[in-house]
Design a protein around this ligand. Structure first.
Ligand code: PFF
Length: 460
């Protein structure tokens, strides 16, 4: 087999994987999911899911990738379990679906960068018209897909690692600065209370379900993205430690992004359950309040960094179907990237049209447990992140614990550092993969499948 390439260093891998994890999911999706899910109670569920369930699954994914040095479909075949390659196929499909709508939202972020450059703070109030403007959004999304394909076609190790090293810390600093500013605003404390003081009566089946989906989505788990990235990792690198750092970085950024948003939302007298428009409606007003040039600079830098955060995620999403095609069908990498990017872009067109420009796509279907119809794009989001990813996570944990078996997993994890075998963390990972993940994810997957596909509604 041809040399598939490797990350140059452990830091390179951690940055690329953290870059995949940190993206629109943290800064755009997390705050509005918290808003829709009733605030602090959602945050707590999310944090528990990330650390208790997702971290062990993440370690298993990276280990499977590194052991086999294959894409998510090839990995299960290489371990000798052909039937389990279904996890990989589901993952490739989820990757295509997620990238198709993610690229549209990335187009919004990029468009907002341009609007901020021209000091158009009024764009917040016109958000619903902005996303209806198919020509503009189409153009921005095409630019975004081209940038993604360009990076993937040149290999992940080069530019993206270097860019992530500078851009991610800058994003963190900017979020922290905005957070401090947010806390000085009138009524900010109401936002902090909403975000940090839980009202457990707000936890319904749907809240648990979306907090779980959000945890998987945010950590790029359950669809083989980390099997793919793990396949570019050298055997002397410590997977457990890297996984812990990736999880902490991702959860940390999401937590801070929420902490920044709700004081802004409450100080502007807006409703926290504003949905997908939350950051796009709220933040332009905030940047305007900073005044003239400062507002323009902070606003454009913020949306530029958000676009970059999205880019390191779209790169990993495109990498999954690409590595699948290259490994399994022996196609040429550069050509494959562009063909896959084109297909995904086309798949994304209905999502792009479903934000007000085409009526039937905009109120496409009413799901059980919801009172109103959701758009085609929301359906894709719901299906892919809240349904496919946790099911993928369930299957991966069962596979790692009972099919491949924890002895082999531990062998792979100890390859870089034998002392890991006696560590508490490894014992926990084993226990979680054997019992906690299959039980909790299995129950939720079952409820979800009954609910979504058979209309038997057990969640309220
Ligand atoms: N984790 C990314 C985010 O939070 O924006 C989204 C994502 C990337 C999901 C890659 C899944 C994936 F494989």
């Amino acid at each position: 087999m041809a040399d598939r390439g490797h990350f140059n260093s452990r830091l390179g891998f951690i940055l690329a994987a953290a870059g995949s994890a940190i993206g629109l999911g943290n800064i755009w999706k997390f705050p509005f999911e918290v808003g829709n899910g009733g605030g602090a109670a959602f945050v707590i569920m999310y944090l528990l899911f990330c650390f208790i369930l997702c971290f062990p699954v993440m370690v298993a994914e990276i280990a499977i990738g590194r052991k086999t040095q294959r894409n998510p479909v090839g990995a299960f075949k290489a371990l000798g379990f052909k039937n389990w390659a279904i996890i990989g196929y589901l993952g490739v499909l989820a990757g295509v679906v997620i990238l198709s709508f993610y690229n549209v939202v990335a187009g919004w972020a990029f468009g907002y960068f341009l609007e901020m450059l021209s000091s158009n703070f009024g764009i917040g109030a016109q958000f619903s018209d902005f996303i209806k403007d198919v020509t503009k959004i189409g153009l921005y999304s095409i630019c975004f897909m081209i940038a993604t394909a360009f990076i993937v076609s040149n290999g992940v190790a080069g530019g993206i690692e270097r860019a992530a090293k500078i851009l991610m810390p800058t994003l963190l600093v900017l979020i922290l600065a905005l957070l401090l500013y947010a806390l000085t605003l009138p009524n900010a404390i109401e936002g902090v209370k909403f975000y940090l003081i839980p009202d457990f009566s707000k936890i319904t089946g749907n809240v648990v379900y979306s907090a779980l989906g959000q945890a998987f989505f945010s950590l790029s788990l359950g669809m083989g993205a980390l099997i793919t990235y793990g396949s570019y990792v050298e055997r002397n690198q410590n997977i457990v430690g890297s996984g812990a750092m990736i999880t902490l970085a991702d959860v940390g950024i999401a937590f801070l992004a929420g902490f920044m948003m709700f004081p802004f939302v409450f100080s502007q007298g807006l409703e926290p359950n504003g949905g997908a428009g939350l950051i796009f409606v709220t933040l332009p007003g905030v940047f305007e309040s900073l005044g003239g040039t400062i507002g323009t600079v902070v606003g454009s830098v913020f949306f530029l960094l958000l676009s970059f955060a999205a880019l390191t995620s779209t790169v990993s999403l495109l990498e999954v179907p690409t590595s699948f095609a290259v490994d399994e069908f022996g196609t040429e990498r550069k050509k494959t990237v562009w063909v896959v990017a084109l297909v995904v872009f086309l798949v994304g067109i209905p999502s792009m049209l479903s934000n007000g420009s085409v009526e039937w796509l905009s109120s496409f279907v009413t799901l059980p447990g919801h009172d109103s119809a959701i758009s085609f794009m929301d359906l894709m989001e719901d299906l892919a992140s809240d349904t496919f990813l946790p099911i993928g996570g369930f299957l991966i944990s069962v596979f790692a614990a009972y099919v491949w078996r924890t002895e082999n997993l531990n062998e792979e994890l100890a390859a870089s550092d034998a002392s890991i075998k006696d560590s508490f963390l490894l014992k926990y990972i084993n226990f979680a993969l054997r019992f906690i993940c299959p039980a909790i994810l299995g129950v939720i997957a079952l409820v979800t499948v009954l609910d979504r596909f058979f209309g038997v509604s057990l969640i309220g």
